[in-house]
Design a binder for this molecule. Structure first.
Ligand code: PGA
Length: 253
C-alpha cells in the first residue's frame, strides 16, 4: 500500500479583506514553518489570492482557489479561469463545494467540466462530495455519493484523474459543529476508495487522497487522521484563525 501524503486545507470562504488575509497568512506561516510531513493549502477569497501568495510563496503553504469556471477566457462576467488561478499562484482549486451546489446552482455536470478544466490548467482539483441530512436519514448516502462521483468524474481516465483530491463533506456537518463519527467517516471514505478502485483501478485508488470536511477542529483531528482511509482535512471555520488552524496542522506534535 502506498503511503499517501496527508493534505490539510483551509477554506476561508467569503471571509477576510486583503489586509486581514495578509495578517492571517503571515501568522500562519510562522506557526507551521517546521511542518514537513504533510501538505498545507489555504484558499482565500479570489480578491486576496495575489496578496496572500506574496506572503506564502517561499513557504510550505500552498495556495488554492475556492472555485473556477471551465472556459479559459471570454465574456463570462464575474468568473475566473484555471489559467488565471495559476497566474495568481494557485496550486489547488476547490470544486463543487456544497455551498456552490446549494446557493449557486452547481450541478454534477458543471463540476465535471470544472474538474477537467482544472486538470488542463495544471491545478490539483479538490472535488467535494457529500449528502444532506435528509438524504442520510433516508439512507440514501451511498446512492447520492455514487451519482456525484459517477457524473462528476464522467469521461475522466485513470491518467487524467491522477492527483485529484476527493473531499467527503457531509452537508449536515459543515459549519454545524457536528462532526461525522469516526465510523461514519471511515465507512464513507472506504466506500469512496472502492468506487475509485472500480472506476480507475487499484493503483489510482490507493494513491488518491480522500480528505474529510465538516466541523474539523483541533479536538477531533487526531481521531479522524487515525482512520485508515482519511488522508487529511478540508477545514472551514477553524481555518480562519491561525492559532486554531495551526493546531490542526500540528495535530501530531
Ligand atoms: P467547516 O466547513 O469546517 O466550517 O464545517 C468545512 C467546509 O465547508 O469545507
Amino acid at each position: 500500500m502506498t503511503t499517501r501524503r496527508p493534505l490539510i486545507a483551509g477554506n476561508w470562504k467569503m471571509h477576510k479583506t486583503c489586509p486581514e488575509a495578509e495578517d492571517t497568512a503571515r501568522e500562519l506561516i510562522r506557526k507551521v514553518s517546521d511542518v514537513s510531513d504533510l501538505d498545507i493549502m489555504i484558499a482565500p477569497p479570489a480578491t486576496a489570492l495575489t496578496a496572500v501568495f506574496r506572503i506564502i510563496r517561499d513557504t510550505t503553504v500552498d495556495l488554492g482557489g475556492q472555485n473556477m469556471f471551465w472556459e479559459q477566457e471570454g465574456a463570462y462576467t464575474g468568473e475566473v479561469s484555471g489559467p488565471m488561478l495559476v497566474s495568481a499562484g494557485c496550486r489547488y482549486v476547490i470544486i463543487g463545494h456544497s455551498e456552490r451546489r446549494q446557493y449557486f446552482g452547481e450541478t454534477d455536470e458543471n463540476i465535471n467540466r470544472k474538474i477537467m478544466a482544472a486538470k488542463d490548467a495544471g491545478l490539483i482539483p479538490v472535488m467535494c462530495v457529500g449528502e444532506t441530512e435528509t438524504e442520510r436519514d433516508a439512507e440514501k448516502t451511498f446512492s447520492v455519493l455514487d451519482k456525484q462521483m459517477e457524473n462528476g468524474l464522467k469521461d475522466l481516465t485513470a491518467d487524467s484523474f491522477m492527483g485529484t483530491v476527493i473531499a467527503y463533506e457531509p452537508v449536515w456537518a459543515i459549519g454545524t459543529g457536528r462532526t461525522a463519527t469516526p465510523q461514519q467517516a471511515q465507512d464513507v471514505h472506504a466506500w469512496l476508495r472502492n468506487f475509485l478502485k472500480k472506476r480507475f483501478g487499484p493503483e489510482t485508488a490507493d494513491q488518491t487522497r480522500i480528505v474529510y470536511g465538516g466541523s474539523v477542529k483541533p479536538e477531533n483531528i487526531s481521531e479522524l487522521m487515525g482512520l485508515e482511509d482519511i488522508d487529511g482535512a478540508l477545514v472551514g471555520g477553524a481555518s480562519l484563525k491561525p492559532d486554531t488552524f495551526s493546531r490542526i496542522i500540528n495535530y501530531k506534535r
